[in-house]
Ligand binder design. Sequence first.
Ligand code: C2E
Ligand code: MG
Ligand code: MG
Ligand code: MG
Length: 280
Amino acid sequence: DAKKEGRGRAKAYDPTMLELLEQRELLRRSLRMALEQQQFYVEYQPIAEGGCIVGFEALLRWHHPLLGKIPPAAFIPMAEADGMMPDIGAWVLEQACREAMKWPENYLVAVNLSAAEFLTSGLTDRISHTLDVVGLPPERLELEITESVLLERTVNNIDTLNTLNLLGLRISLDDFGTEYSSLSYLKTFPFDTIKIDKYFITDLETDLKSQAIVRCIVNLAHDLDMQVTAEGVETPGQAEWLHSVGCDRLQGYLLSRPLPVEAVDEFIKGAEASKSRARQ
Ligand code: C2E
Ligand code: MG
Ligand code: MG
Ligand code: MG
């Protein structure tokens, strides 16, 4: 049995554990060079409202020279723990704002903000500086933060969000429903949008609990004068259901997967063409 097997086999010598550790260390070392070696790039996933594209979410990607494409979940926590996220995030923000300058004037760009970035001093100055340098009006930028970024309802956190709000940009609460989900966040912080996590969207067509929760979040958001986005919408059935309960915006593979920057122009052309067809 397991007990007998375990004896005499010291865990520390487990070769797969060692390999894993080495891989992690390797990843960490190459992560430190990734920014200057220009291995990062950004993909853009469309966001729809009332059947029209209203903008894109910027999603960070890392192309490792040997390992290939590494998903953000595999390196962002590491970058955050090693204190690299403020620099990487600043790069994403500028890159995404520059890209957004090429889109139609009413399109917005949503950028994810990590906890480490949120807590750096001078965040609001740096963001407003980036907007100035790039020339993007603040109204076209939306910052996505998760509840874990805020952690506490400290005066500082509230100040930062209020200052960002005063700059004129929009703030959305990402992955709503999966973390602390304390309703006090909604009372204290000036969010413009709540993004419902795909955890509640995936089984929406069959799961009555998910339906009840999503319906409730949509109503709550509207009562609080906030918009709602559903993440991870993959089927027409989900989209229809979300439409029927008044969810404002949709995002997910149904519309499009995150697009490489070269494909964004073409996507916008298609979206604008179908918009003008609908108007005729
Ligand atoms: P997120 O901000 O909640 O982004 C949505 C994630 O869901 C993205 O994963 C996106 O590719 C994926 N997704 C979108 N539609 C669908 C769908 O229909 N089905 C499924 N199964 N997935 C869908 P991705 O790109 O792997 O990013 C994961 C997370 O990494 C993001 O979650 C965000 O928290 C973080 N992240 C990505 N880029 C950045 C960044 O530039 N800065 C920071 N701080 N975090 C980032
Ligand atoms: Mg996001
Ligand atoms: Mg999200
Ligand atoms: Mg999510």
